[in-house]
Write a protein that binds this ligand. Structure first.
Ligand code: C2E
Ligand code: MG
Ligand code: MG
Ligand code: MG
Length: 290
């Protein structure tokens, strides 16, 4: 931004205190500008949804997808969530963004089903702010009802910290979502401060083992043991286990041996636009075993 660059240059010669103060102003100006830009992006629906396949470790087939938001910025191209989610949270915009993602995903599910009758569900990431909103259940139901998408086709990914932040309220909300027919999973499992002991109290269907535990298997014996333990205990509690961040055939082999259920990762595919994902499903549907 030319204005801000000039403003910075002008202040270069001043003493340290003033320089520091003006840097803070620049930061505030930039943040406000970015917030305004985000707001407009929502109005213009500049957000798009990419899909990363979820693959069965038994059949090797695509059984679902995770919806991952992207900002298709007219000047800067495709931006990743790391570049805007935190600011959207701060600006109180992440709830609206999340509803837009759900809206797009519901529309796309209808196409995925048409391409592959056995297509399972789309997983949507919830943010902390959404999870604390008492109208969340009502809002998501209005979207699925509009598109006539069965709630069973939607899985919500929740992190441990979101749940642990306000445990009692979180359990009430999770119960509500479950009763309405939605599927729930714990994202980035193993990185938060919950434990397997808490899992039995949470009405969730699956856990996603965080990428950090997958990265060094099978070389790292500790990580390999942790993965085995998570899979065994989750299965004992009747939960499905998904591994994230699978990049190599050796990781895949280790996960198959651990009896993990599903995986996601660059080894199979990164997150791709809806039309590319649809093509993968059509290809799979042509080689259908039935
Ligand atoms: P997440 O839910 O844990 O999603 C997994 C992230 O890991 C994605 O990054 C995905 O592209 C990346 N990934 C997948 N496979 C691999 C792999 O094999 N190797 C490596 N190195 N990375 C892999 P992405 O799309 O940049 O999303 C980052 C985070 O942003 C997500 O983490 C999620 O917490 C958040 N996010 C994404 N979409 C949404 C959304 O619609 N709403 C909200 N509230 N958060 C979202
Ligand atoms: Mg996720
Ligand atoms: Mg994750
Ligand atoms: Mg993650």
């Amino acid at each position: 931004n030319a204005d801000i660059a000039m403003y910075r240059a002008k202040n270069k010669g001043k003493d340290n205190y003033q320089f520091y103060a003006s840097e803070m102003n620049v930061h505030t100006i930039e943040r406000l500008a970015f917030e305004a830009r985000l707001r407009r992006a929502l109005e213009r629906r500049e957000f798009v949804v990419y899909y990363q396949p979820k693959v069965s470790l038994f059949s090797g087939r695509i059984v679902g997808a995770e919806a991952l938001v992207r900002w298709n910025h007219p000047e800067r191209g495709i931006l990743l969530p790391g570049e805007f989610i935190a600011l959207a949270e701060e600006a109180g915009l992440v709830g609206r963004m999340g509803m837009l993602v759900l809206d797009i995903a519901c529309r796309d599910i209808l196409a995925f089903r048409a391409a592959d009758k056995s297509f399972g569900r789309v997983a949507i990431n919830l943010s902390g702010a959404q999870f604390n909103d008492v109208r969340l259940l009502e809002d998501v139901q209005s979207v699925t009802e509009f598109w006539r998408v069965a709630p069973a086709s939607i899985e919500f990914e929740i992190t441990e910290s979101m749940v642990m932040h306000n445990r009692e309220q979180a359990i009430v909300l999770m119960d509500g979502l479950k009763k309405a027919g939605f599927t729930l999973s714990i994202d980035d499992f193993g990185t938060g401060y919950s434990s397997l002991a808490y899992l039995k109290r949470f009405p969730v269907d699956s856990v996603k083992i965080d990428r950090s535990f997958i990265k060094d298997i099978p070389d790292d014996p500790n990580d390999t043991a942790i993965v085995l333990a998570i899979v065994a205990m989750a299965h004992t509690l009747g939960l499905k286990v998904i591994a994230e961040g699978v990049e190599t055939p050796l990781q895949l082999q280790t996960l198959i041996e651990s009896r993990c259920d599903e995986y996601q990762g660059f080894y199979f595919s990164k997150a791709i636009p809806e039309s590319d994902f649809l093509q993968l499903l059509q290809k799979q549907s042509n080689t259908s075993p039935h």
